[in-house]
Structures are given as C-alpha cells and as structure tokens.
Design a protein around this ligand. Structure first.
Ligand SMILES: Nc1nc2c(ncn2[C@@H]2O[C@H](COP(=O)(O)OP(=O)(O)OP(=O)(O)O)[C@@H](O)[C@H]2O)c(=O)[nH]1
Ligand SMILES: [Mg+2]
Length: 306
C-alpha cells in the first residue's frame, strides 16, 4: 500500500493579552509548554509546542499578547509576535467571547497582524478563534458575538471554543490539519526533551509569582536561573534562581512578612518542577531589585526577551 504523504506546518497563535492563547497551545499540544495566568502579558517569548502523529506534525507558535508597547520590553514582545507571522502556514487570531464586541486592543492587535501578513504570498490561512465561550451560558448570545468579531477582517473560518474546557477543539484541530502543506517532521521527540530546561524552570517560577502576587507587581517580574546542579545527596536537583522586581516595595511584597510569600511561591514551583523532572528539586530562591530593567537591553538579554 502506498504510504500517505506527510504534512506539517507552523501555526501562529496571536491576539491581545489574556485571551487564552497559551491555554489553547497547551491543550492542543497535550502538555504544558507555556505558562498561563489571569495577568496580562504572561507570555514574553515565542514558544513552540509540537504535536506529531503518523500523518502530520503541527508546530504551534504561542506569542506574547499584542498590545501597544510602553517600554523596550513591550516593543520586544510585539516583535516576537510579528516574527511568528513571517513563516506561519496558519494564523489563529484569538479573542475573548466574554466581551460581545471587539475592544480597541483587539483592533490594535489585528492591525499588527494584518501588517505582519501584508507581504506574505500566498497568505497563510487566517482563522478567527473566539475563546472562553464557557462563560457565555446562553449560546444564542454567541451569534452577535461571532458577527461582531468577524467584521475585524477576512477570516477563512470562525471557531467559538473554550480552550480551558476543551469545547470545540477537535473541530479547530481538524480545520488546521486540513490546511497543512506537504512537509517533513521538523522536530523529533528527542529535540523536544532537551535544551529548554532552564527557560522552562524560570517560567514555572514566574508563573507562581503571577499566581500569588497582584496589582502592578507582575509586569516588573522576571526570573533568572543562576545555577542548576545535582544535589549533594545524588538524588536531588539543586536550582538557584533570582526573581527580579523593579522596586524595593515590590520586593517586600514578593518576600512577604517573615518570608512567607516567597516560601509559598517556592513551594508551589518546587512541587511542579519535581513532578516534571521526576526527581526531587531543591529550590533556592532570591529576590533582587533592578529598577527599570524593562528598558535595559542587557537585562532583556539576561532574561531571554531580547
Ligand atoms: N473561562 C475561561 N477562561 C480561560 C479560557 N482560556 C483561558 N482562560 C483563562 O484566561 C486567562 C489567560 O489565559 P492565558 O492562556 O494565559 O492567556 P494568553 O492569551 O496566553 O495571555 P498573554 O500571554 O498574557 O498574552 C487564564 O486565567 C486562563 O485560565 C477559557 O476557555 N475559558
Ligand atoms: Mg500567553
């Protein structure tokens, strides 16, 4: 019997912050590749998530939420998102169905997307993904939502989904599959297991900071891994990391009274990292103030955001 032709492609997931892009990528890949949180601008890099079958390989590219930049970091986030548009085969523009019509931020994000796709010939398939429909209990209310967001641009299809609950993801997956070009498996399983450890560890720590700390602190938080080595007992993995904040007052919040908050962050991150590494992890966490790091090139480089 003739072997079926293999298909593969890059799928960029874009949209304004907090609409659920990373949640969707994790769901479609079937494991956590990107951290998620209710805070805006959780994702700060392009993150690849790969899903392979016998017939195809989908490479999802999670991107930072598109929003008007307020500092050098913000500009880099937009740049990372734009770069994902350069060679994608499919582009998902994601919005939140909780709001009945597009906000200025959705329009801004869509303008950036359109600019990024302007010179693409042939243009990639553009799908509109309306997320969080689990929060719209009366499904009749979805019709005007679909209509309002569809007016943003020329979409090949519209998918109301819930990334969190998994609603309608199979339909979306099938539609993506249908437009994958003939191509090789770009990634092998072994490529995916190695290389990204330090980044992932730093992201898990940052996710726990975002989980427990509110207000204006999260935007100014970044994590650097200082050391990773086998512990003295031969079983434990020792990780030393620094949480950077932008103000002394933020440091006090992250550390908490008697170090309670830092302990809470560390304990949550340690548990998740131990499960992921399948070995006990000892996490040695420090907090440092670096004022205005979001506008300093060398700091963006240190955190991998440059
Ligand atoms: N109710 C509901 N919440 C969702 C859904 N998808 C994501 N969320 C929540 O929305 C918040 C943002 O999700 P993320 O996946 O981090 O959003 P994002 O678009 O990647 O955000 P940025 O990285 O900041 O651009 C989190 O609290 C998610 O749990 C959904 O389908 N339904
Ligand atoms: Mg994200």
């Amino acid at each position: 019997m003739k072997k079926k032709t293999f298909h593969s492609g890059f799928i960029a997931v874009t949209g304004k912050p907090n609409v659920g892009k990373s949640t969707l990528v994790n769901q479609l890949v079937g494991k956590k590749v990107a951290i998620t949180s209710p805070k805006s601008q959780t994702t700060r890099q392009r993150i690849l998530g790969v899903r392979s079958t016998e017939e195809n390989q989908m490479i999802f590219v999670d991107t930072p939420g598109l929003t008007s930049p307020r500092d050098l970091l913000g500009k880099r986030l937009v740049k990372h998102s734009e770069e994902a548009l350069v060679d994608c085969d499919v582009c998902l523009f994601m919005v939140s169905g909780i709001h009945p019509e597009p906000k200025d931020e959705d329009r801004w994000a869509f303008r950036v997307l359109r600019g990024g796709l302007r010179n693409r010939k042939p243009a990639p398939t553009l799908y509109l993904v309306i997320n969080k429909v689990d929060r719209v209990p009366d499904k009749r209310e979805l019709l005007p939502v679909i209509e309002n967001y569809s007016k943003l641009g020329e979409f090949s299809e519209v998918f109301p989904i819930s990334a969190l609950k998994g609603d309608n993801l199979k339909t979306l997956e099938k539609a993506i599959e249908a437009c994958l070009p003939v191509g090789p498996a770009y990634f092998q399983e072994e490529d995916l297991e190695s290389g990204e450890d330090l980044f992932y560890i730093s992201e898990i720590i940052r996710e726990k900071v975002l989980m427990f700390i509110h207000e204006e602190v999260p935007h100014g938080v970044a994590v650097a891994i200082d050391e990773v080595r086998p512990g003295k007992d031969g079983k434990t993995l020792y990780v030393r990391a620094t949480i950077f904040v932008e103000r002394e007052s933020h440091k006090a919040i992250v550390v908490g009274a008697g170090g309670q908050m830092l302990k809470k962050i560390g304990s949550k991150a340690r548990k998740e990292l131990s499960l992921w590494k399948k070995q006990p992890v000892f996490l040695d966490l420090w907090v440092k103030v670096k004022e205005g790091w979001q506008d300093r090139e060398e700091m963006l480089r240190l955190f991998g955001y440059a």
